[in-house]
Design a protein around this ligand. Sequence first.
Ligand SMILES: [Mg+2]
Length: 303
Amino acid sequence: MSDLPSRAQGAVLGLAAGNALGLPFESIWPASKIRQVTQGVVREIPDDTRESPWDDETAHFALVAESILETGDIEPRDLAQRLIRWRDENGRGMPVLLEKVLEEVEGDVPVLEASEEVCERLGKNWSAGNGSLVRAVPVALAAKGDRIRLVRMARDAARTSHWNPLCVGSTIALGLALDDLLQGREFDPASLAAEISSLGLPETVSQAVSGARLPLSAFQLDGKQKGWAIKSLQVALWAARAEGTVEEILERVILEGGDTDTNAALAGATLGASRGREALPERWIESLHDSSRLSDLAQALSR
Ligand SMILES: [Mg+2]
């Protein structure tokens, strides 16, 4: 049985491992094509991962974590400044929507106004991407079981760039599920769906949470709206309850295609939060870029 420090590290290292495992297949989105290329086996993190900068999901974890540790909260302005610095350093894998918001912020539009404005400009479909969900991981660690604080922080973290209510709702839902797992509780889709409804979040989000009981194929990850926040939320929640080893489950997620690196990163986070660091293959952790920094941040946030 894992303890909280192990689950906290598991969430973060699982995120980074899933991110790295799914990354090579990000642009080969049909599942049939990925199966053909991999012959159905995705178990190894690419050799160049250790030397390369973090991809956006892992980079996001670190910069949101650093912002929370410094400000004690989610401060959209501080977060946006860190995102701009990261973009200028390398910005590897940065979502287009985030790029547009940061351009506005640099033009002196206040962060939340910029986020709302870009969301309106893109329209409700194009603005519902999965880019904010990863912020639920540092937020859930920092909230330490205080669900009211968690909801507020997840909302502000999502809204910093992803104003769409589906993005905000999905980020909150993932944060609450992670909180259950980090506290060593089983995550129950029905009660989480009821909690989401009681918070006044979109019905689409509570339906997606209830749907975590469905088989993975039901989410049609390589179908339309493949980078949709709702789909990534579903796969992350599904993974937390899936049977098999972490290797088997992440392989299944990636072989379904779609936005493979984000889906596997979020599934890795829920798996690690529920099973602890010990459930992750040690060779994966050794292959990651600066895994000790990720562990340190997980520990500092959850202490
Ligand atoms: Mg990515």
